[in-house]
Design a protein around this ligand. Sequence first.
Ligand code: SAH
Ligand code: SF4
Ligand code: F3S
Length: 481
Amino acid sequence: MKENRIETDQTLSEIPSAEPERQYYFIEKARKHLEEMKKEAARPLTFCVTTFGCQMNARDSEKLTGILEEIGYMEEPEEEKADFVIYNTCTVRENANLRVYGRLGQLGRAKKKNPHMMIALCGCMMQEPQVVEKLKKSYHFVDLIFGTHNIYKFAELLYTRMESGRMVIDIWKDTDKIVEDLPVERKYPFKSGVNIMFGCNNFCSYCIVPYVRGRERSRDPKAIIREIERLTADGVVEVMLLGQNVNSYGKTLDNPMSFAELLREVEKIDGLERIRFMTSHPKDLSDELIQVMAESKKICRHLHLPVQSGSTRILQKMNRRYTKEQYLELVRKIREAVPDISLTTDIIVGFPGETEEDFQDTLDVVRKVRYDSAFTFIYSRRTGTPAAVMGDQVDPAVVKDRFDRLLKEVQDIAAQTCAVHQGTIQTALVESVNEHDSSLVTGRLSNNLLVHFPGDASLIGSLVPVSLKECRGFYYLGERA
Ligand code: SAH
Ligand code: SF4
Ligand code: F3S
């Protein structure tokens, strides 16, 4: 599904300096260059965008895809067959980082066999100077490297690479710029992520995101509303508002506005049926937001509220700025206002200095809140963050043991909380034909659980009432009601 297309005047003798016009100018230049490349190859040329990391990266990848299609590349799902491969990388934990190097090695071998192949790297990992040094030294076959702040310049950088035939590297330390209205190719016709803010100012002591995504910047509410209006006109019924900490949306705008106020505006958009958002920082979740959620007909009955740890002592060392008790009180208030809400979370095990007692506090929060699901992570030391130089790093064997105990607790509780909806009728947004059984379709409920039920591809994108017959741990089998 295509979003935003602007015709540029190619008779211009000067390169436009304003954005996004400048990028549309370079898309056209690159398109002409690619035409020549295709003639030479005597076949169409293809691309593959591989995404690591979070929803924000997934949305960025849709922007990269939009630009590549506009330039005239065709999508190829298999990376090693594609003529242009771009990795949109993540560096939040070390294993995300290692996966990129592993796959890049394989890709280098594929490139030797394909003279038309180009390899590009972008995203969070590229904002780390030591990564770029390593790539320059040991991965000569990479053609293009850029970071998170100048992703909007992709067409210009790609064209520079095409013309020069040399490795192009462009990384910015930070930016205050937000460029709107570049081409986007959405993965799903009926739902979409929408960035409402970029960057993060929270500096949780374990986290690298503020260093690689820069300072917090909110998008102008009018631009957000305009984007969602366009999306709904194009068939989108569900949006996911994206930011590292959506609850602090609007604070840095010229005319400050709260996230709750933004939600009220989004709610008014005709044709939009469902609103989701990610991620909420507990310290900034206001009573006003809880009220808007309780009153809303469109905001989904799901809240992702990362707790990270249940120990007040560890939370303080993490710089999370809430206590165990404050978190539990927040959960109580939310459940009181929105009784059927589904709560999910992120938890880190093995933060420096974590004792068995601290870990017991985490288990206690899990048992008290009874999350519908939780992402559990082993603490990963990230160079440059305050936690990386804290003493008392926990023995890996101890961490692994805690991680396994936590996972079991989380899964047992999730299976029980999932089962409470059995026998009810709920609305599902049909997302796909079931991968394993083509007589079934898969839909997502407001509370984010999946349900599989008899149906065909014609239902994709529609909201249908489904009777939840049988809970299978983390999903349902159902029937149209
Ligand atoms: N902005 C979001 C989270 C972004 S990162 C928020 O504040 O909730 C997603 C998750 O990765 C975090 O919630 C955290 O649980 C985990 N994470 C971040 N840094 C980590 C690290 N160094 N080691 C392990 N997990 C980490
Ligand atoms: Fe990282 Fe904390 Fe910012 Fe989330 S709020 S991105 S965990 S620093
Ligand atoms: Fe990873 Fe960057 Fe997202 S580090 S989690 S892709 S913001």
